[in-house]
Design a protein around this ligand. Structure first.
Ligand code: ARG
Length: 415
């Protein structure tokens, strides 16, 4: 009998998938539940449910630390925020789950792996492409993409097979979460003109109800990686957990976005990512202080490339390795401390220091102690403006066109 390793969440879809894989494919099912710090269900209950439904084995793997060190921190250092909005929590989790599915498949001698993604989203792409890169010999099955059951048919199937259906009405939303953020879609959110009801949020209070007094928080980075929160050295998982709670209490981290999926659909997505929002803000401020303008320009381009690559499921690619090498290099002096103020849904940088800061008070000051040589500015301006003066005299002034299209017509005399 062949074996399949199923990424099991404990929800209705993947619970039904256990029986369905046995029936349709005649495979023995090994369930794998990866703990990425979602904290939304009791994992020993999840494990028991899998076994009760008929899984041959049910494994729980705690991957929180690896997730932070090898996925979340690299994405933070890279400034990876998809479409300037989405810090990529779900997208970063998928390649790690795919890798662990492959590991368990090897260990168990499985021929197949399976996941609970639908056929319309990005997640199926991320899983299938990642497994294809790591283990081209394994076959990926996506039961939900194949079975085409409606919700009611699925519940009927579950009842017929003695699969426990959650007694409480399941949330009207589709959610995915890990320690870096929550993704919420479907239900009323599918109307992009409807304000998300309060019940979509689980990690953040409404900014309107946030405390009247702001909180101030200090994050210290070493080479672009957060190492201290308010002076306390913390490992990544703890740091993110603590910051997430604090920022959430101040209503920071709610994101409402109409996003371009890889499969061509625009979809309305709600995210909650309090720690990610604060850390990206802080990290950007520190980069502004420790990188030159040339570095910042290229970094911004790379950040976008990096975000797209993560979003589009290309984690296990040589292109990623190339970008990662650049990121490691550009982050080597991004060290220092950033102070932020969290207040009613906003997060503002209010101070920063760095032992390798490029900010020089004696160059910037208008007060006593000014070391900037203003007389050198004259020669600089003469050369900086030289090409423009040349063009103006050779072309623009000569044709009387120096203001055309860039000043009001009543001034330029155009009709
Ligand atoms: N749109 C986001 C992404 O592509 C979130 C996906 C959420 N997944 C889910 N099963 N609800 O990364």
């Amino acid at each position: 009998m062949g074996k399949v390793v199923l990424a099991y969440s404990g929800g209705l879809d993947t619970s039904v998938a256990i029986r369905w894989l046995q029936e349709q494919y005649g495979l023995e099912v090994v369930c794998l539940t990866v703990d990425l710090g979602a904290n939304d269900r009791d994992l020993s209950t999840v494990r028991e449910r899998a076994l009760q439904i008929g899984a041959r084995q049910a494994l729980i793997v705690d991957a929180k630390d690896v997730f932070v060190r090898y996925f979340v921190w690299p994405a933070l250092r890279a400034g990876a925020v998809y479409e300037c909005k989405y810090p990529l929590a779900t997208a970063l989790g998928r390649p790690l789950i795919a890798k662990l599915l492959v590991d368990v498949a090897r260990q168990e001698g499985a021929t197949h792996v399976a996941h609970g993604c639908t056929g319309k989203g990005n997640d199926q792409v991320r899983f299938d492409v990642s497994v294809g890169a790591l283990a081209p010999d394994l076959t990926v099955i996506a039961p939900i993409r194949e079975w085409r059951m409606t919700r009611d048919e699925e519940i009927a199937y579950a009842q017929r097979h003695g699969i426990p259906v959650p007694a409480t009405r399941e949330s009207p939303y589709s959610t995915d979460q890990n320690l870096w953020g929550r993704s919420i879609e479907a239900g009323v959110l599918e109307d992009p003109d409807v304000e998300p009801p309060e019940d979509v949020y689980a990690w953040t209070v409404s900014p309107e109800r946030a405390p009247d007094a702001p909180a101030v928080v200090e994050v210290e980075f070493e080479r672009g990686i957060p190492v201290r929160l308010d002076g306390a050295a913390l490992d990544g998982v703890a740091l993110i957990g603590r910051l997430s709670e604090l920022a959430g209490q101040h209503g920071v981290g709610r994101i409402d976005h109409v996003e371009n999926r890889l499969v061509g659909i625009k979809s309305r997505e709600i995210y909650e990512a309090p720690a990610a929002v604060v850390l990206h803000e802080a990290h950007r401020a520190l980069e502004a202080m420790t990188l030159t303008r040339h570095q910042l320009r290229l970094k911004e381009l790379v950040a976008q490339e990096y975000a797209d690559l993560v979003y589009n499921g290309l984690w296990f690619s040589a292109a990623h390795q190339d970008l990662a090498a650049y990121i490691a290099s550009v982050q080597r002096f991004v060290s220092g401390t950033v102070r932020l103020k969290l207040y009613k849904g906003t997060c503002r940088v209010v101070g920063r220091t760095s032992p390798v800061s490029l900010y020089r008070h004696e160059l910037a000051t208008y007060d006593r102690g000014d070391m900037f040589d203003s007389s050198a500015a004259v020669g600089f301006i003469a050369l900086w403006g030289l090409p423009l003066r040349t063009q103006a005299s050779a072309q623009l002034l000569r044709a009387g066109e120096e203001l055309r299209g860039i000043m009001p017509p009543e001034i330029t005399g155009e009709s």
